[in-house]
Design a protein around this ligand. Sequence first.
Ligand SMILES: *[C@@H]1O[C@H](CO)[C@@H](O)[C@H](O)[C@H]1NC(C)=O
Length: 224
Amino acid sequence: MASSSSLYLLVALLALASWQAIAFDPSPLQDFCVADMKSPVRVNGFPCKNPMEVNPDDFFNAAKFDMPRNTMNKVGSNVTNLNVLNFPGLNTLGISLARIDYAPLGVNPPHIHPRATELLTVLEGTLYVGFVTSNPNRLFSKVVHKGDTFVFPKAMIHFQMNLDHNKPAVAQSSLNSQNPGVITIASAVFGSKPPISDDVLTKAFQVEKKVIDWLKSQFWESNY
Ligand SMILES: *[C@@H]1O[C@H](CO)[C@@H](O)[C@H](O)[C@H]1NC(C)=O
């Protein structure tokens, strides 16, 4: 009796463990599955293009990752994403890439990737980077230089800032999802459509309604 109930417990724990594992992009079940973006079929990811119609260009992208981007926006940064949405060959492979350009003192504002851990390497310049953990909210931050790598664990709020007053900075990030997703904290809270009620935001942020209204009236420009 005791051994059969511990067997049930073991099975339940194993089921829970495999459920946890699929919170990440699932492993591919074939060599490749180039996304067929035109298929009307809705699945987790994208259906595969006919393998006989797949060609080398499906595994290639000329996003010019060597070229500087325009950072003349409110936050002073520009993220170039290379994920399954613009590179269908990444479908089912659990990986994507980003180039991030920073103006002098430019910021990649606090945001979350709900589906990916991010490995950021500084290609040029000096960045102040950091992430905040789940409650209680501990900040892990560091000043990182050209050639350094920093990791932002999956789903943590994180940010980067170029510390140089005169020179631009550049980083490249690898992310372990074909479609990491991004939730920019400020625009999600103050720029959602339709907006979150003032009653919620004034209590949540412990400020007067006029502060919330001012924040809501800002244009929450995207940096990608
Ligand atoms: C990023 O840079 C590209 C190329 O310089 C530009 O076309 C694009 O508008 C910029 N995006 C943002 C959000 O600033």
